[in-house]
Design a protein around this ligand. Structure first.
Ligand code: SF4
Length: 204
C-alpha cells in the first residue's frame, strides 16, 4: 500500500495541540523555507543542523550561516508566515568522519542509491537521539522537499527509528514545495548550493 504522507501530515496537524514540540532536521536554508511555512502556525519548532554528510567544512559552515540568517528573518517577523513560537536552532558539531564511516564501500553509488540511504539513517538517527534527550514530541526532516530525495524512503526510516518521540510523517515536495523553496530562497537572498553535500555528490 502506498501511503500519502502529505495527507497523513495534514490530518495529524489538525489533531495535535498548538505548541507541540518538533525537532526538525534541517539540511539547508532553502529547503527549510517552505517546510517552515507548513509548520510555524502550529508547532514549537527547533531546527537541528546535523549534517556530517557535508564533508567540506567551509560548505558546512556556509549552509549553517544561511540557516542562522533564516532564523533571524523568521524571529524578526519578516518571513511570509508568522511563527506562533520563536524559532530555535541547535547545531551538532562538524564531524565528517562519521559520514565517511557509513559511506564506506558505497563511494561509487549514484545519488539516490544505497549511500544516500545510510546518509539519511545517520542524520535522522542523530536527530532522534537529540529529540529523545530533550523531550521533544516529534522529529522530522526538511529533506522531503527536494525533488532529488525519496520521500517514501525518508518516511520509512523515520518510522522505523521512532521511539517515545514520534516521527512526523510528511512529504514537503507536495503542493509545489520544491518550487516554493526556490522562490522563498530568492526572496530572502539565501544561498542555494549546487550539489547535495558529500564529496562524492560534488564530483557527480
Ligand atoms: S548524495 Fe547527498 S544524500 Fe546521498 S550520501 Fe551524499 S550527501 Fe548524503
Amino acid at each position: 500500500m502506498i501511503t500519502n504522507y502529505d495527507f497523513v501530515f495534514r490530518q495529524r496537524k489538525r489533531r495535535i495541540p498548538d505548541g507541540t514540540k518538533l525537532l526538525l532536521h534541517v539540511c539547508c536554508a532553502p529547503c527549510a523555507t517552505y517546510c517552515l511555512t507548513r509548520l510555524l502556525d502550529k508547532f514549537d519548532v527547533t531546527l537541528y543542523y546535523a549534517n556530517d554528510n557535508i564533508t567540506d567544512y567551509a560548505e558546512w559552515q556556509k549552509r549553517l550561516d544561511e540557516i542562522t540568517k533564516l532564523v533571524d528573518i523568521v524571529n524578526n517577523g519578516a518571513f511570509e508566515v508568522q511563527p506562533k513560537y520563536p524559532l530555535k536552532l541547535v547545531v551538532q558539531p562538524f564531524d565528517s568522519n562519521r559520514f565517511f564511516a557509513v559511506a564506506k564501500g558505497l563511494e561509487r553509488e549514484v545519488e539516490g542509491g544505497a549511500r544516500c540511504e545510510q546518509c539519511f539513517k545517520l542524520r535522522l538517527g542523530d536527530t532522534l537521539r537529540y529529540a529523545d534527550q530533550h523531550n521533544f514530541d516529534y522529529f522530522c526532516t526538511t529533506l522531503t522537499v527536494s525533488r532529488h530525495k525519496n520521500s517514501m524512503l525518508l518516511n520509512q526510516i523515520g518510522l522505523a527509528l521512532q521511539s517515545d518521540v514520534q516521527w512526523l510523517m510528511a512529504d514537503f515536495k507536495k503542493h509545489n514545495g520544491f518550487d516554493e523553496s526556490i522562490r522563498l530562497a530568492e526572496k530572502y537572498g539565501l544561498y542555494r548550493q549546487e550539489y547535495c553535500g558529500c564529496a562524492f555528490s560534488k564530483v557527480e
